[in-house]
Design a protein around this ligand. Structure first.
Ligand code: SAH
Length: 373
């Protein structure tokens, strides 16, 4: 437990930081200076922030701190994917994954400790739910990852994309997620383009509308996984509260707003014999007819005790072909980092489950990957 009573500046947006400085009789532009030190240069020690007056530096050292979760374990997969276990102040752990690709690097960020949604094909669900992450803990994952990855020559932005597809449901942790995303987009912080920040949701309808109203205009991914309510009710229990028609209507409102002609990325995990038939592909194509979207097919990533199998390559290809013929841009996602359990749906962290009152731990003894303490 950290007993610190200092104000943590890590998760503060530009507006919040400006308010913090003004409340202490300083000029609002201090916020921009401090944002650049923290998020662009990775500096957390106020003494090193040399464009602040000495008096301000001393005062900040007494009153404030810049703290991100600490990396306690790193694993590197054969394909270059990295997975970090980050320890939070309360002893919980979360996982963050970095996926390098040709010309870009994607960081997969967690938004909650565990997850309450209980999707039947996701290993995070097995952990149960502990708590929401703070804005500092969410943006701190990007801060920690950037500090850990050495930029290769001529490549200043190792992390070019962020996806909120780690542990948790980001729209059930609204304000901290929005604050963290605004820092990702903020010119004086990470300066990522809004097309390169993606929020993935199982479909929390009221929060989708609130997200639209923030005007952030980040890219949206919807975890659909089924072409009808009867099946989706079983795979994604949240569907019983917000059925497909309501979720798709909210997605249409989201992409239709503000003149940004983006499309929703529809995510569909392919489960052998469950949701991968040709009839289901046709049903999906019909369902999405009025939704500006592209489709990401995700071959199921197994985990211990999972009751599903990955669809065969032939089934995946047939499913894709039907969608393509119906006019949808369809991509089959290649599993990345699956030799270190870093692929979609395999994140487990170290969560003390409050919803089920039992303790579960990450499989730290996993033989694969280059584990280091
Ligand atoms: N709660 C959010 C974000 C986390 S899930 C959401 O539901 O979108 C990130 C993505 O991984 C989702 O599309 C999810 O459905 C997918 N996923 C979960 N478990 C998986 C598994 N075992 N194999 C492949 N993809 C999985």
């Amino acid at each position: 437990m950290n007993e610190s009573t200092k104000t943590n500046l890590m998760g503060m947006t530009r507006e919040e930081l400006a308010g913090f400085f003004v409340a202490h009789g300083e000029k609002p532009f201090r916020a921009v200076q401090v944002l650049k030190w923290i998020h662009q240069r990775g500096i957390t020690d106020f003494a090193a922030m040399t464009d602040l007056t000495k008096g301000l530096r001393a005062w900040l050292s007494e009153q404030a701190e810049v703290r991100a979760p600490e990396i306690v374990m790193t694993q590197a997969a054969r394909d270059g994917t990295h997975k970090w276990l980050l320890r939070l102040d309360d002893g919980n752990g979360i996982e963050t994954v970095f996926i390098p690709e040709e010309g870009r690097g994607t960081l997969c960020v967690s938004s909650q400790v565990g997850c309450a949604l209980d999707c039947s094909f996701c290993s995070t669900a097995r952990q149960g739910f502990n708590r929401n992450l703070t804005a500092a803990e969410i943006i701190g994952q990007l801060h920690a990852a950037r500090g850990h990855l050495q930029p290769e020559e001529g490549q200043s932005r190792v992390v070019s994309n962020v996806v909120l597809m780690g542990m948790g449901e980001p729209l059930l942790n609204f304000e901290p997620v929005v604050a963290a995303m605004s820092l990702m987009l903020e010119d004086n912080a990470y300066g990522l383009s809004k097309r390169r920040v993606t929020l993935s949701t199982a479909g929390v309808v009221p929060a989708l509308d609130r997200l639209r109203e923030t005007g952030l205009q980040v890219a949206l991914a919807l975890s659909l996984h089924a072409p009808n309510d009867a099946l989706r009710d079983q795979l994604v229990p949240l569907n019983r509260k917000y059925p497909i028609a309501d979720v798709l209507a909210a997605c249409r409102r989201y992409v239709g707003n503000g003149g940004h002609h983006s499309r929703v990325t529809v995510e569909y995990v392919l489960l052998d014999g469950i949701n991968d038939s040709q009839a289901q592909a046709r049903e999906l194509a019909a369902l999405l007819r009025d939704v500006p979207c592209k489709v990401n097919l995700i071959p199921f990533n197994p985990f211990p005790e999972s009751r599903y199998r990955r669809s065969s390559v032939a089934a995946i290809d047939r499913f894709r072909d039907i969608l393509v013929q119906a006019g949808y841009t369809t991509i089959t996602r290649r599993p990345r980092g699956d030799d270190i359990d870093a692929a979609c749906g395999q994140l487990v962290g170290r969560v003390e489950d409050r919803s089920r009152r039992e303790l579960r731990f990450a499989r730290q003894d996993s033989p694969s990957g280059a584990a280091s303490p």
